[in-house]
Write a protein that binds this ligand. Sequence first.
Ligand code: ADP
Ligand code: ASP
Ligand code: MG
Length: 416
Amino acid sequence: MALIVQKYGGTSVGSTERIKNVAKRVAKWKAAGYDMVVVVSAMSGETNRLIALAKEIQPHPDPRELDVVAATGEQVTIGLLAMALMELGLKARSYTGSQVRVLTDHAYNKARILEIDESNIRRDLKDGYVAVVAGFQGVDRDGNVTTLGRGGSDTSGVAFAAALKADECQIYTDVDGVYTTDPRIVPEAQRLKTITFEEMLEMASLGSKVLQIRSVEFAGKYKVRLRVLSSLTPPELPIAEEAVSGTLITFEEDADMEQALVSGVAFNRDEAKVTVVGVPDTPGIAYQILDPIAEANIEVDVIVQNIGRDGLTDFSFTTHRNDLKKTLDILERVRKHVGAREVIGDDKICKVGLVGVGMRSHVGVASKMFRALAEEGINIQMISTSEIKITVVIDEKYMELAVRVLHKTFDLDQPR
Ligand code: ADP
Ligand code: ASP
Ligand code: MG
């Protein structure tokens, strides 16, 4: 029998009314003969509320205890959804991450899934149950509760789809698919019927939060068929219509299709820039700076080393704002060790980028982008490129302007 994993985000389970709608939608798919596994987030705003509570007690909450608190949001929604399904006459059973169990590494607040034991769920499906699983959470080998980082329920959904070899993983959210950019910033943004996996990966890495980046990585690694669609349509929408709605993440570029030059604009204001000023320009310096950062499990992104002058150079990179303080503490030690002049942190920056597989075969995209930004007087602080992406780091106060201008410059507001 075909098996579908559906993941519902915070807004989609934001009230008991919405949870009842989710139940109706799930019941519809079950009645059509699908085995159903449903992964849910906490009710919208709940994870923020829980983290804020923790910070009222401890300004920098203990990471283990923070996960104990943050993981409770999803425990509420799995229970409520299982009840709603029962009210519709279905057999349903809820599972927390540790009940399943979703085994992760020990990295509290941003744990990675290592393994999913899907035997309980398989047994339930065989017995005709709908399995309702808490997203965002797991358990490490020592039994500690862990969470997967903000937006982590997407990754739970895809990981379950991979473990169960589901026919499709459907990510239900409050938009009806992946758009050329966040429709909250640019109302003229257009929905993409398909997006290649590579493009989705770049969009997510740039910070387009419609899918957490790790969920896209998982989908690529295990070849999970992934679709993003709306949970706000009427739950009784015919399956034939719903099944082809939203955005499908495709694995192969359709050779016959004219590839758009640029598929989307993404942005991220959760990052900070750090610069080590006046570093001796000698072999191994990048390693000496970045190795202790990696040791501390801090992810870095755009990295720029300037041309040296008088035997000295400046070295900059971006990292998540949450990790800024820790990064600066580490770099202060590195600074003394390597004899650099100064370490500067700047959390008033943002990252804006263009993504498109069409860029591979076209020249001039970068200059068109830089010109559009220059015409608005937006100064570019850092640039990084890949075959299908151009990213710039700019002052955060220009973020929305930059996104709007680039969206227009590359004709993304035209119906496709
Ligand atoms: P959920 O709670 O369902 O996981 P999220 O808030 O995490 O939902 O993600 C959905 C949101 O992502 C949308 O409401 C939208 O504002 C934002 N978003 C950012 N970039 C895009 C994009 N390119 N296409 C669609 N939505 C986007
Ligand atoms: N509830 C978690 C969060 O708000 C996980 C998720 O929604 O995906 O980040
Ligand atoms: Mg999300």
